[in-house]
Design a protein. Structure first.
Length: 155
């Protein structure tokens, strides 16, 4: 037998190894962000800040066909995609967002998601001059807003 055939892994072994890695990523990275988002939404509701956010951002979010509380999804997504998803699910469970609202918000979560989280990891590692961060963030946010406008007309 050649060394090439002895080093080949079975498809099932590769699958199981990938599933283990995926599980570990989900448990150590995604789940904590989602739980954090649920806790933050509950804290905002209890303190009345969520209602205040809804009133302040209501006129802006109405452009996209969303209630003002939808702004918290965008804020959460800006910090962490998992957090944005968690906020969206929390507001959906509370009846503040509908399936249509989630369809409008979903592209924005992914287009501007986790900018703060990845700024240091990606832009710092790529040695991008920090004075360009605002422009780069702005482009992502603008893309997200345009996507929400487009989605409003599709759903």
């Amino acid at each position: 037998m050649s060394t090439e055939t002895t080093q080949k892994k079975m498809v099932t072994d590769v699958f199981v190894e990938g599933a283990r890695r995926g599980w570990n990523i989900g448990i150590s990275n995604i789940v904590p962000n989602v739980i954090m988002a649920f806790v933050i939404i509950q804290a905002l509701k209890i303190t009345g800040i969520l209602t205040l956010i809804g009133k302040i951002f209501g006129p802006i979010m109405a452009v996209f066909g969303l209630p003002g509380e939808g702004a918290t999804v965008l804020m959460g997504a800006w910090l962490s995609m998992g957090g944005g998803v968690g906020v969206a699910v929390g507001l959906f469970n509370d009846g503040l967002l509908t399936g249509q609202h989630l369809a409008i918000l979903t592209p924005a979560i992914f287009l501007m998601g986790a900018q703060i989280q990845y700024a240091g990891r990606l832009l710092g590692t790529a040695e991008v001059n920090s004075r360009h961060y605002g422009i780069l963030f702005g482009i992502c946010i603008m893309n997200a807003l345009i996507a929400m406008l487009i989605m409003r007309f599709f759903v």
